[in-house]
Design a protein around this ligand. Structure first.
Ligand code: MN
Length: 726
């Protein structure tokens, strides 16, 4: 049982030592607040719960963090375990403090345990991404350290799972943040529970050799210190046994027993300046025998986590090798406290946020080390802009692309969940299924057996390819009839747009060839594919367009042969028929091509067809291009307008418009005012707020057509016009 007084005293002293002159009344207020909130809770050993936040805040103060972080540490379990709220904490202790507490709470709720090695990096990434503020990570690490120190009161299952999590997440994070001391302690405690036999073996060995080791270290230390003294170098030298887990790892890596393992001593010489470091190095190499190949200069080339020191391994008079690390006090603080040393020694208490992240970022960007990439991947805060990490209510992590919605979440769980989706709860609250999910959100998908399945809108809402694919699959399977109708209509409108005859698809000879080219067994299958989005109509038509054009030409050739033999001979009429004079042909039927609806004044050309006689096109009609082609050349005939005025000609204009209410009415009014005989006025909405209107009407000639066209273009929101050709 530990007492409140004891922990309060320790915290009070640490805070006063590490943040001299700080406002203790605010800290006391937070202590009282937390004590009151946790008053009904006990630690596993029966101690009052408040000793835990007290211990964590002492650790945070020890790291050198600022006032907000210390308050945050005192209150870090309040939101999770008591009725305290963000707003209340924010009101009493400030928004920054409340945000830190909330950040820690999110991490507490998250489940970072995973048996898969592959997920580990993701978990660490998420841990950082969720934190936003580096102080949240540091408070959480302090929280874990205190919980590890009191691990003996937990059940064996809990011990194992917490220690695994510590080895997987917290120790690597402490390492990357350069917090060597904490990393070592976390590793040693974890080893004690994860491999108790080995831990005991090493501890027993160390305690059996304790006197021997201490005597050895004392001798070396004396030797170094006296040389420093003689040379007038202000230096602190001391020896230590490397930490248990590092010895454990060396045993494994070198496959040696403890007795065979010599490399367990480390000495430190801490000096005032960098020149002193190199100076000391010379003296060490003079005092002892150098082990070749072990010298490392981390001063000129710091480690990715900012660690700086000179490392060398030497052999003393007893033939025992040991490592010596030489560094300045500055480097020492960085080595001990890592990123936290930034608050403690470089900037003083009080600030935080942006500037600190800038510092982290610079730190990350300057990495040249081999594991720099790994480091980059796992440390960047605020830099995973493209990813968001969410959770199931059971704590399973679900990584999604940034901007994802509950729809994406549901499909990430299982397509069955997505298809049965009827609603969602985020952090316990009902929300829209198109809401944007944030890091750390706990998402619960509400499903129903009677759900109608996904809606087509979802394809535009969801962010993940996974969801999109699964939704498409559903439409493919469940909605075939609907897909066929949708698909057929897009296909046909695309065919019309390209001026291709729809009848070609049912042509007994050409139809099957086209299907083969499209790799479908039936037109219905293809329509279905277009309907569910597996293929676009544009693509489908594009793939068969040339074949259709070729087939049409061949068919027309056959027809022209027929015309020459079967054509009925009518009386010549040089005045033309329907206002048209066909050169070289005295008599034939005339019709105006529907595709370009020529009117008097247009340049025109005729095309001999069988059933229809001569079809008159505008020269600029797409269907009248390629007139020189071998098969067709003979069938194009020159035609001109007969001087028969006042005969009405039907023509079509297509108008490009910005969609708005009342546009149709404006069009109709304008046409009426121009005394035009309107035959058809149709509108169709396009995406992006656009629409097209088709206007079919009668005019006498191209001049009249142009004047009407100008009137239409003067209507607001009519932005373009085209002579129609369908
Ligand atoms: Mn805690």
């Amino acid at each position: 049982m530990e007492s409140f007084a004891e922990h309060y005293g320790a915290m009070y002293q640490t805070v006063n030592r590490c943040l001299p002159g700080v406002d203790m009344t605010l800290i006391d207020k937070a202590v009282e607040y937390a004590r009151e909130k946790h008053k009904d809770q006990k630690r596993k050993d029966g101690s009052p719960y408040i000793i835990h936040p007290l211990a964590v805040s002492a650790l945070v103060a020890e790291m050198g963090l600022d006032m907000d972080a210390i308050l945050g540490a005192l209150l870090h379990d309040c939101i999770e375990d008591t009725d305290a709220s963000f707003d209340e904490i924010s009101k009493l202790f400030g928004t920054t403090c409340a945000e830190l507490v909330e950040g820690v709470t999110k991490l507490t709720r998250a489940n970072f345990s995973s048996s898969e090695e592959a997920q580990m990096e993701n978990l660490r990434k998420m841990f950082m991404a969720m934190s936003k503020d580096i102080r949240v990570v540091l408070i959480k690490i302090a929280d874990r350290l205190h919980n590890m120190r009191t691990m003996q009161y937990q059940t064996p299952e809990k011990q194992i799972s917490k220690c695994r999590e510590t080895m997987d997440i917290y120790a690597p994070l402490a390492h990357r943040l350069g917090m060597q001391k904490i990393k070592w302690e976390l590793e040693d405690i974890s080893l004690r529970y994860l491999d108790p036999a080995s831990y005991k073996e090493i501890m027993d060995h160390l305690s059996a050799h304790k006197e021997q080791d201490e005597a050895f270290m004392h001798t070396i230390q004396e030797k170094i210190s006296s040389r420093m003294h003689t040379m007038g170098i202000n230096a602190t030298a001391y020896g230590r046994i490397k930490h248990v887990y590092s010895i454990y790892r060396k045993m494994g890596a070198q496959d040696k027993t403890l007795d065979e393992l010599y490399d367990i001593y480390a000495f430190r010489v801490i000096v005032d300046s960098i020149p002193d470091c190199y100076n000391v190095l010379g003296h060490i190499h003079d005092l002892f025998n150098l082990v070749p190949g072990r010298f490392k200069d981390y001063i000129s080339t710091p480690k990715p986590n900012m660690y700086q020191s000179l490392h060398t391994t030497v052999i003393g008079s007893q033939g025992i090798p040991f490592e010596v690390q030489i560094r300045t006090w500055d480097m020492h603080h960085t080595a001990e406290y890592g990123i936290a040393a930034h608050w403690k020694y470089k900037q003083g208490a009080g600030s935080g946020s942006e500037k600190d992240f800038e510092w982290v970022r610079r730190l990350l960007e300057s990495q040249q080390d081999t594991d720099a990439e790994d480091y980059l991947n796992s440390m960047k805060i605020d830099m995973f802009d493209d990813e968001v990490f969410t959770f199931t209510p059971k704590g399973k992590i679900v990584p999604l692309p940034a901007g994802s919605t509950p729809i994406d979440f549901a499909y990430a769980i299982h397509s069955g969940v997505g298809n049965a989706l009827v609603g969602a709860k985020v952090n316990g609250r009902i929300c829209n299924i198109d809401a944007t999910l944030q890091n750390g959100d706990i998402v619960e998908i509400l499903t129903s057996k009677t759900a109608k399945g996904p809606s087509r809108d979802w394809l535009n809402i969801c962010q993940s390819n996974q969801a999109r694919t699964k939704i498409k699959q559903w439409f493919k399977k469940e909605k075939r009839e609907e897909n066929v109708i949708h698909g057929r209509s897009s296909f046909e409108s695309e065919m019309r747009r390209m001026g291709l005859p729809l009848s070609i698809t049912v042509d007994p000879e050409v139809g099957p060839q086209l299907l083969k080219k499209l790799s479908f067994d039936s037109w219905e299958d293809m329509y279905a594919a277009i309907g569910y989005g597996g293929l676009t109509a544009t693509k489908a038509v594009g793939r068969i367009r040339d074949d259709i054009n070729r087939a049409v030409k061949v068919q027309n050739n056959e027809k022209v042969l027929n015309i020459k033999t079967d054509a009925p001979s009518d009386k010549p009429n040089r005045h033309g028929i329907n206002g048209i004079i066909v050169e070289d042909i005295d008599t034939c039927m005339i019709k105006f091509a529907k595709c370009c609806t020529p009117v008097p004044g247009d340049s025109i050309i005729g095309f001999i067809t069988k059933g229809f006689g001569v079809s008159v096109h505008r020269m600029d009609c797409p269907n009248a291009q390629n007139r020189d082609e071998f098969h067709q050349a003979a069938r194009w005939v020159r035609v001109r307008w007969a001087n028969l005025a006042d005969q009405p000609f039907e023509t079509t204009l297509e108008l490009d418009c910005i969609t708005r209410d009342g546009l149709l009415l404006d069009l109709a009014t304008t046409m009426t005012a121009a005394r035009v005989r309107l035959k058809e006025l149709n509108g169709k909405d396009l995406p992006n707020g656009r629409s097209t209107f088709t206007v079919r009407f009668e005019v006498k000639n191209v001049e009249e057509l142009d004047s009407i066209r100008n009137k239409l273009l003067n209507i607001r929101d009519v932005v373009g016009s085209r002579r129609g050709h369908n």
